[in-house]
Design a binder for this molecule. Sequence first.
Ligand code: T46
Length: 132
Amino acid sequence: MNFQLMKNTVHSSIHGELFVFENLKNVPFAIKRVYCIKNVPSSSLRGEHAHTKLEQLVICLSGSCKFLLDDGKSKKVIELNSPHTSLFIGKNLWREMYDFSPDCILMVLASDFYDPEEYIRDYQTFLKLCSE
Ligand code: T46
């Protein structure tokens, strides 16, 4: 499945922790966009789509949430609960995000600008593309 859990680069001292993300070094693509998700009600379901081109690195800066990842053949649930690990999500993976804690803050680094045309939002269409 086209995802990977990656250990983040952190500089820790008695004064706190500093996390570093650099293009094509510890981020496996050139970053064109950064967005954040927070204040998600615990009952909310986000995502429910796949991307035909986009690659992303998701960092849970605070709190926790779950990602269901689906490549059309199998499904895997990943819990993000630490800024020390990030989740790389490649293209053609259906994702659903849920079980957000009240303090959850996600920061997402993306390989391209926002393009709503590049989303697959219909699950049956996604399954059909997977079987081609
Ligand atoms: C993903 C998961 C992890 C923009 O205008 N620009 C942006 O860059 C983004 C990401 C979103 N938006 C707008 C589009 C919608 O009106 O923000 C609204 C919420 O977006 P969406 O419903 O796609 O949010 P999620 O949390 O379901 O999905 C997001 C990303 O869109 C998606 O790429 O993989 O987070």
